[in-house]
Write a protein that binds this ligand. Structure first.
Ligand SMILES: C[S@@+](CC[C@H](N)C(=O)[O-])C[C@H]1O[C@@H](n2cnc3c(N)ncnc32)[C@H](O)[C@@H]1O
Length: 292
C-alpha cells in the first residue's frame, strides 16, 4: 500500500511532463494525422491557412462564449488571473487592456485600469508588435504569452490557478485527449472560478441540429461505453464538482455550442474518454468513447 502511494504521484508527474511533440500522440494509429495537424499550426498546409483564425477580438469572444463571460471578466480585480488557452495572436487580451475597454465596462472604469493578470497560451508564437508594445507599457508580467508547449505540458507549479479560463476554438477544439484536457483545465481553476469554452458543429443539448456540412459528420462526436450517442453537454454535466450550462449559438457558421463550467469544489472527476478518431483540420474531426 505504501509502495503504491509512493509510485502513483511519480507516474502522474511523468505523464504531466511528457515532451510537447509527443503530447497528442496517445495512439500510433493517429501519427500521420498528428503530423499534418502540426503543419497546420505552423501554417504549412496551404488549404488550411484560411480556416485557421487566430485574431478573434474580445467582442467576438463575448459573442461566442456563454452569457456571463463579459460580466465575469469585467468584475475581475488586480488580485485575479485570466488564462486564455489557444490564444492565437491574443487579440482578446489586448482588447481587455485597450483604453477603450474601460469606456464600455463600468466596473473596469471604476478601477481605472487596475486589472487581472492575463496569460495567453498558444502552441505557436503569434505575438504581434502590438503585443510587445502593450506588454512594455504595463507592469512586468501583467500580461504574459506562453508559447511552444500545449496545456498538458505545464504543471500547476508553473501556471498557478486562475479565476477565469477561456478557450475559443483553441485547445478544447484541437486536443486528441478531451477528458485529460478538461481535467487539467479544471485543475488550473480556483474553486468558484469559471471555464468558458465552445465547440463548433456538434450536436446541441436539445438534439435538434444536424451536421453543418451535408454528408459530413459532426466535428466532435461522443459515444457512451455501450456505443450509444452522448452529447458533449451531457458529458460535461457528468463532471463531479462542476456546474455546467450549455447555450447554442445558431447564428455562427458553423453553429457552435457555448459552455460555462464553474468549479464548485476541489474533487473534480471527469468521465474518461478514449479517442476513436482524429482527422487533422481547422478544427480536427474527432470521435471519442466513454472508457469502460
Ligand atoms: C484557431 S486558433 C484560435 C485562436 C484564438 N482563440 C482566436 O479565436 O482567434 C487555435 C489556437 O489554439 C492553440 N492550441 C491548440 N491546441 C492547444 C493546446 N493543447 N494547448 C494550448 N494551445 C493550443 C493554437 O496554438 C492556437 O493558438
Amino acid at each position: 500500500m505504501v509502495e503504491i502511494r509512493k509510485v502513483l504521484p511519480l507516474v502522474f508527474s511523468m505523464l504531466w511532463l511528457t515532451p510537447s511533440h509527443a503530447a497528442d500522440l496517445p495512439a500510433p494509429k493517429f501519427t500521420e494525422e498528428f503530423s499534418r495537424q502540426e503543419r497546420i499550426y505552423r501554417g504549412e498546409v496551404e488549404q488550411a491557412v484560411e480556416g485557421y483564425t487566430v485574431d478573434r477580438s474580445l467582442a467576438v469572444y463575448a459573442d461566442a462564449l456563454a452569457s456571463g463571460f463579459d460580466r465575469e471578466l469585467a468584475t475581475l480585480g488586480p488580485g485575479d488571473r485570466w488564462l486564455d488557452i489557444g490564444a492565437g495572436k491574443a487579440q482578446a487580451i489586448l482588447d481587455y487592456y485597450a483604453p477603450s475597454y474601460d469606456l464600455t465596462h463600468a466596473a473596469g472604469a471604476q478601477r481605472s485600469g487596475s486589472k487581472a493578470q492575463a496569460i495567453a497560451m498558444s502552441i505557436e508564437d503569434r505575438r504581434t508588435p502590438l503585443w510587445h508594445q502593450t506588454a512594455a507599457r504595463l507592469p512586468f508580467n501583467q500580461i504574459q504569452y506562453l508559447a511552444d508547449k500545449r496545456l498538458r505540458n505545464y504543471s500547476l507549479e508553473e501556471l498557478g490557478q486562475f479565476q477565469l479560463i477561456t478557450d475559443v476554438i483553441g485547445g478544447f477544439s484541437y486536443t486528441a485527449d478531451l477528458s485529460l484536457f478538461m481535467e487539467q483545465t479544471l485543475g488550473y481553476l480556483k474553486v468558484n472560478g469559471s471555464f468558458y469554452t465552445a465547440l463548433q458543429d456538434i450536436q446541441f443539448e436539445d438534439g435538434k441540429n444536424r451536421p453543418y456540412y451535408q454528408g459530413s459528420p459532426f466535428l466532435t462526436e461522443l459515444r457512451n461505453a455501450d456505443g450509444t450517442e452522448l452529447k458533449v453537454c451531457a458529458w460535461l454535466k457528468r463532471i463531479a464538482c462542476a456546474e455546467v450550462t450549455c447555450e447554442s449559438r445558431a447564428d455562427w457558421q458553423p453553429p457552435l455550442e457555448a459552455f460555462r463550467i464553474r468549479k464548485v469544489c476541489n474533487e473534480v472527476k471527469v468521465p474518461a474518454l478514449d479517442p476513436l478518431q482524429y482527422k487533422a483540420g481547422t478544427p480536427p474531426e474527432r470521435r471519442f468513447q466513454v472508457r469502460n
